[in-house]
Design a binder for this molecule. Structure first.
Ligand code: CA
Length: 236
């Protein structure tokens, strides 16, 4: 079964280039030229991953990404001409899984798509296969690093983006140790020009909202001022 990608892009030339690359790489492809078509396609078809342009005629891609993320963990890669760090940060904050600026290297895009899909399926990519399955439990939560699952009290499944999951896994694996933002950045991103400190702060606050009883007074992921973050819950 090949994976099904949705390409959201209003520039016809870029759209057909992207479609050709992705079909060549063995993916099924659907196309949308604006936000309305994108949402209709997600509702009517089984999509495995969205490649999302930000500058669309009817709606800003960031707004669309937020709408998608509000109802599912469908992987999103933003592919955009916007090079501003603020846009990159905003996209990751909303929960996009990756961010690539135009002009992009199509081979790199295919690799990133495969990497994210491999993780989403809990296998497939080399990286996912190398990773040993481990289970960690803390405060009623259980984290399965092989299956990339987090379940809450009462077996409630929690959706985490790839970056959120990697951040939480890095923290859980080193309980009671202060981890610097640089260390955590290496754990969550292969992207060497990702915005540094702020990205980690944003991800920590997203994860806190999902797992802390009171995200404003966190007891699981605590801040060590001037140093970084610490996983303070007991891990079994
Ligand atoms: Ca555009």
């Amino acid at each position: 079964m090949s994976n099904h990608l949705l390409i959201v892009e209003d520039d016809e030339l870029v759209q057909s280039l992207l479609a050709a690359y992705m079909q060549n790489a063995g993916f099924n492809v659907s196309l949308a030229a604006n936000g309305k078509e994108m949402l209709a396609c997600i509702d009517s078809e089984t999509i495995d991953l969205v490649l999302l342009d930000l500058g669309l005629p009817d709606e800003d891609g960031l707004v669309l990404a937020r709408q998608v993320r509000a109802r599912s963990s469908l992987p999103i890669i933003v592919v955009t001409a916007r090079k501003d760090q603020k846009d990159r940060l905003a996209a990751l904050e909303i929960g996009a899984d990756d961010y690539l600026t135009k002009p992009f290297d199509p081979e790199e895009l295919v690799l990133r798509v495969r990497n994210i899909l491999g993780r989403a399926e809990g296998g497939g990519s080399d990286e996912a296969l190398r990773e040993k399955t481990e289970f960690f439990q803390f405060e009623g939560w259980s984290l399965d690093t092989g299956g990339h699952n987090l379940s809450g009290p009462g077996d409630r499944k929690i959706e985490l983006t790839r970056a959120e999951f990697n951040l939480l896994a890095a923290l859980v694996k080193a309980p009671n140790r202060v981890l610097s933002r640089d260390y955590l950045l290496d754990a969550v991103s292969q992207d060497s020009d990702a915005p540094t400190d702020r990205l980690i702060d944003v991800l920590v606050s997203r994860v806190r909202k999902k797992i802390e009883k009171n995200p404003k007074k966190p007891t699981i992921i605590t801040t060590v001022i001037g140093c970084g973050y610490k996983f303070s819950a007991k891990v079994t």
